[in-house]
Design a protein around this ligand. Structure first.
Ligand SMILES: Nc1ncnc2c1ncn2[C@@H]1O[C@H](COP(=O)(O)OP(=O)(O)OP(=O)(O)O)[C@@H](O)[C@H]1O
Ligand SMILES: [Mg+2]
Length: 462
């Protein structure tokens, strides 16, 4: 096991990100209560990120800080790895309130976006007309804001943001002021534009109060908490195909976010884990779930998977060339998708396989495991388990330090209850024991509830 005990991680590094905030703290005036505390986020190319959270949790403040319209009290903002000073030229913002000038017509309002930039009048006009065209406003160039419906006004807001061809687009509740149908229409147009990559924009951050909106659009969802504003949890968004109205993963993710948001005092990570109940859930990235708040989780969630199923799947994959689509596997092995995904998740945790775009592929070590005779198989498993499974590593370490090299199961379960609900803690323990016994890391006596170190395979002997 290298590095920290947590499994908390965000993809990429701050230096490689388009835009990143590092440990941002923000006070206003003399108020000693921060509005934002310990906020770190990063935005990678190709991402659509949604920010959800209660009123006053600092979402808009964070956008302003990232846009360089406001300085953090401490911490920093990095643009392509370099500290930001002053307004961020790579960002444009769409506001809820449209913020149009009533005395300017549509074309002039859109051109305003380019005023701060050094472009000729002709160029400005040309680009404004292009943006107007892109956003479906042609024919309205000479209209004034008061002649426009809310939806058309917000199109002007979008055109004015997009005319600068921003690398990053921020939207602060862009659809909240619109009626439902207009909002839906604009939202789907925006989604089409984004997916068709017609805009030069490389990433989008959207603040919203609407869970459905976040789930429909976002690749990553950050749920904020208030007092002080902080990120409670980061959830992976759905795949494009799961975003459709009727998909079950979508319903589950909406339900999960709803539970997190209606329980503001609870540890969001614990809510995620309770909802998972030890099963795999493609909608939620455990490895990107992170708290910046009170308690960081110490252990990954081990899917409830038996060694037989795990080795069976790895060997099966080995036999069919090392990779397959999960859907095909479910069909060929006649398994339910969620049971199969739990096993895939376990192979992924152990480093035997990698799940990417619904394809599971064996890693080199996974391929070796698939081919190995029993002794070597166990040795590989042991090594992978100690390196990748924090709980097993800790149990073995504790067994080694205990004078009698034994450990009371209840003690391990008590500790797990800091991270999981009671029932889940027990399930996690049972899975770990199942894997650890197979790896010959320890033995477990069910009746006495005692774990005993297998002296042959201690950490010190590795
Ligand atoms: N310029 C300011 N001066 C003083 N306090 C401010 C200022 N701007 C925001 N605040 C305070 O900071 C806190 C966070 O505000 P912010 O607007 O960022 O929250 P939000 O999450 O966007 O809320 P909402 O969902 O209502 O838009 C609030 O308590 C707000 O009153
Ligand atoms: Mg706001």
């Amino acid at each position: 096991m290298t590095g920290t005990d947590t499994i908390i991680a965000t993809p990429g590094t701050a230096a490689a990100a388009l835009l990143a905030a590092r440990d941002v703290l923000k006070y206003f005036g003399d108020d000693r209560r921060p509005v934002l505390e310990h906020v770190s986020v990063q935005l990678n190319e190709g991402e659509f990120v949604a920010l959800l959270g209660p009123s006053g949790s600092g979402k808009s403040t964070l956008l302003r800080i990232l846009a360089g319209l406001m300085e953090p009290s401490s911490g920093e903002v990095l643009v392509h790895g370099s500290p930001l000073e002053g307004p961020n030229p790579s960002v444009a913002i769409v506001f809820q309130s449209f913020a149009l000038f009533p005395w300017l017509d549509v074309l002039q309002n859109v051109e305003l976006g380019l005023l701060a930039m050094d472009v000729s009048d002709d160029e400005r006009r040309r680009r404004a007309l292009e943006a107007i065209d892109l956003i479906g406003l042609d024919g309205f160039e000479e209209a004034f804001p008061k002649e426009l419906s809310g939806g058309m006004k917000q199109r002007v807001g979008f055109a004015r943001a997009l005319v600068v061809q921003p690398e990053v687009l921020f939207m602060d509740e862009p659809f909240s002021a619109l009626d439902v149908l207009t909002a839906e229409n604009l939202r789907s147009e925006l989604r089409d534009l984004w997916l068709a990559k017609t805009m030069p924009t490389k990433a989008v951050v959207m603040v919203t109060h609407n869970i459905d909106e976040a789930v429909s659009l976002a690749d990553r969802i950050l749920v904020f908490g208030a007092n002080p504003g902080h990120i409670r949890v980061e959830l992976k968004g759905l795949s494009q195909s799961d975003r459709s109205e009727k998909s079950a993963p979508r319903a589950r993710l909406v339900e999960l976010i709803y539970r997190i948001m209606t329980n503001p005092e609870d540890d969001a990570i614990a809510i995620v884990e309770q909802s998972l109940q030890g099963r795999t859930w493609p909608a939620v990235a455990r490895d990107s779930a992170r708290t910046t708040g009170a308690r960081a989780r110490r252990y990954q969630v081990l899917p409830e998977v038996s060694i037989d199923d795990l080795t069976g799947l790895v060997q099966y994959l080995g036999g069919i060339g090392g990779h397959a689509a999960v859907q095909d596997l479910a069909r060929d092995l006649q398994m339910r998708a969620d049971d199969l995904l739990a096993i895939v998740e376990a192979t992924d945790l152990l480093g035997f396989g990698a799940l990417h775009e619904r394809q599971v592929a064996l890693t080199p070590i996974g391929a070796r495991f698939a081919d190995a005779e029993l002794d070597e198989e166990k040795a590989i498993f042991r090594s992978q388990a100690l390196d990748h499974i924090a709980l097993l590593h800790h149990i073995v370490r504790d067994l080694e330090t205990a004078p009698t090299h034994t450990l009371d199961a209840e003690r391990v379960i008590d500790e797990l209850e800091h991270s999981f609900s009671g029932e889940e803690a027990r399930r996690q323990f049972e899975t770990a024991v199942d894997w650890g016994r197979y790896a010959e890391l320890f033995t477990y006596d069910d009746s006495s509830g005692e774990l005993t170190l297998d002296e042959e395979h201690t950490l010190r002997r590795r």
